[in-house]
Design a protein around this ligand. Structure first.
Ligand SMILES: Nc1ncnc2c1ncn2[C@@H]1O[C@H](COP(=O)(O)OP(=O)(O)OP(=O)(O)O)[C@@H](O)[C@H]1O
Ligand SMILES: [Mg+2]
Length: 466
């Protein structure tokens, strides 16, 4: 794939500062062009596409503020970073009001400038990605309420389309949080039964007797608490769909009763002797391997074959990584709406962490992270620092580049303590992640004393949930 170069225009009448910036940013891999004045900048902006403008405020002929106004009328999306001297903070405030992306005050360290540049470019990228993903989400990667771009999920969507109209029983298997209930609802929604009820019951949540009377109903007086006749869920779901969740948790006795209800399409209320005809479609779900349960004698094989006419196996999230970015976007939209927020997106490290994480709780876990992230985030982007330590575990904090310091030193721009700080920060970040945010363990691992580590964590603003 063609690597796209990011182009930056540097506008400054101060030759030495301009050359220095051009040199450093060029080494960072940016395409850099210099303009000696506001007028010169406008000329260069017409000739070529730039991704970012960095401009001094005080300049002869057209000053930075005037230049900013002109850029914003032509190209409101163009990020512009202003350079200002300490004495002219009012100019900086004015510039921000006029739509500057950010400003940096002289004297500044190159690290500071790089961070601001990265942030501005990243925000621009996120905005663009947002638009693209929104378009995708509204089109083909959403099926009912189910998001999925991975080929395995697309196959499942196709399968649902073909089987929804039939009355076959369906067994959905998959780890917890993979979307089994969502799939069951989608099947019902696409079937000719969609105008009727979808009833869901967790077979693992009730003791045997209660489950029996829930499913089949009871006659008044059939047991101590049966004060009146009660309809069961098979009857309530008549002409609709009955979703039996955690089917493996049903007792042997209940397995026999359910098998009979499915085979004969009649049920009998507890304590009653009248046979009641029911027409329900049965969808079941399990997060256990039923074949193993059969081998252990815990699950009846005849029921299994009845339930497993059509089998849908939902892959765990770690086996469909393509779905991660699109699910992130989907939940971003949903929870922005819920909390009336306008968070733009995620720092790119968040996606990296997410793609390396194993997701034991699958999509539900991802959804919970994003819900919490959006609820708590104070800025406009969800940052990796706010993720739980186990998720960051795999993230390698970018190590400071060893080559950089020599060039900076040659230019008289090298800041020793800043450089050492950057390296320390990256090591501490990594060590904390490896120790689940536990400061004591991290101190031991790094062989430093607890209090100095605490001091550094605060200094570097490293946040961890432990
Ligand atoms: N592909 C998906 N697209 C959008 N949301 C999803 C997707 N998969 C799961 N979810 C969401 O994740 C959460 C868990 O889904 P669901 O309850 O269907 O999982 P489950 O497999 O039934 O889990 P459990 O085994 O724990 O009952 C729900 O909030 C659901 O909306
Ligand atoms: Mg479920």
């Amino acid at each position: 794939m063609l690597q796209q170069v990011t182009n930056i225009l540097i506008v400054d009448d101060d030759r030495s500062l301009r050359k220095m910036l051009a040199f450093v940013l060029g080494k960072e891999g940016y395409g850099v062009e210099e303009a000696v004045s506001g007028v010169d900048a406008l000329k260069k902006l017409k000739g070529r596409n730039f991704d970012l403008v960095i401009s001094d405020i005080r300049m002869p002929d057209l000053n930075g503020i005037e230049l900013l106004k002109k850029i914003k009328t032509h190209d409101p999306e163009m990020p512009v970073i202003m350079i200002t001297a300490y004495a002219t903070t009012n100019d900086a405030i004015e510039a921000m009001k006029l739509g500057a992306e950010d400003y940096i005050m002289k004297p500044f360290s190159l690290e500071e400038l790089k961070i601001i540049i990265n942030k501005s470019l990243h925000k621009k990228n996120i905005e663009r990605e947002n638009v693209e993903l929104k378009e995708k989400l509204s089109a083909k990667e959403k099926f009912e309420n189910i998001v999925g771009a991975d080929p395995k999920m697309r196959k499942i969507f196709e399968l649902i389309d073909t089987i929804a109209q039939t009355d076959s029983t369906i067994l959905i298997s998959g780890e917890s949080g993979t979307g089994k209930e969502l799939i069951a609802r989608a099947i019902h929604g696409k079937s000719s039964r969609s105008g009727q009820k979808f009833i869901s019951i967790n077979c693992g949540a009730l003791p045997e007797n209660l489950l029996e009377s829930e499913l089949f109903g009871h006659k008044k007086g059939s047991f101590t608490d049966a004060y009146q006749d009660k309809e069961g869920l098979f009857e309530t779901a008549n002409h609709g769909t009955l979703f039996l969740d955690e089917i493996s948790e049903m007792s042997q006795k209940m397995q026999v009763k359910v098998l009979r209800a499915i085979q004969e399409k009649v049920i009998r209320r507890v304590g009653g002797n009248q046979e009641i005809q029911v027409d329900v479609r049965i969808i079941t779900a399990t997060n256990r391997d039923l074949v193993q349960s059969i081998e252990k004698g815990e699950f009846r094989s005849d029921l299994y074959y009845r339930l497993n006419v059509i089998s849908i196996k939902l892959p765990p999230l770690r086996e469909r990584k393509e779905d991660i970015p699109i699910l992130m976007q989907y939940f971003l939209l949903r929870y922005n709406k819920k909390f009336a927020k306008n968070i733009l997106g995620f720092e790119k490290e968040v996606l990296e962490c997410f793609q390396n994480y194993s997701w034991p709780g699958n999509v539900r876990e991802l959804e919970n992270f994003i819900e919490r992230g959006i609820a708590l985030e104070k800025g406009s982007i969800i940052s990796a620092g706010s993720l739980p330590a186990e998720v960051i575990y795999n993230l390698e904090a970018a190590p400071a580049k060893a080559a950089d310091w020599q060039g900076m030193l040659d230019l008289g721009q090298f800041n020793f303590s800043q450089y050492i700080d950057d390296i320390s920060k990256s090591i501490i970040f990594r060590a904390l992640a490896m120790n689940n945010g536990n400061i004591k363990k991290t101190a031991a691992a790094l062989q430093v004393n607890y209090r100095s580590l605490r001091y550094l964590i605060e200094k570097f603003k490293l946040k961890f949930h432990s």
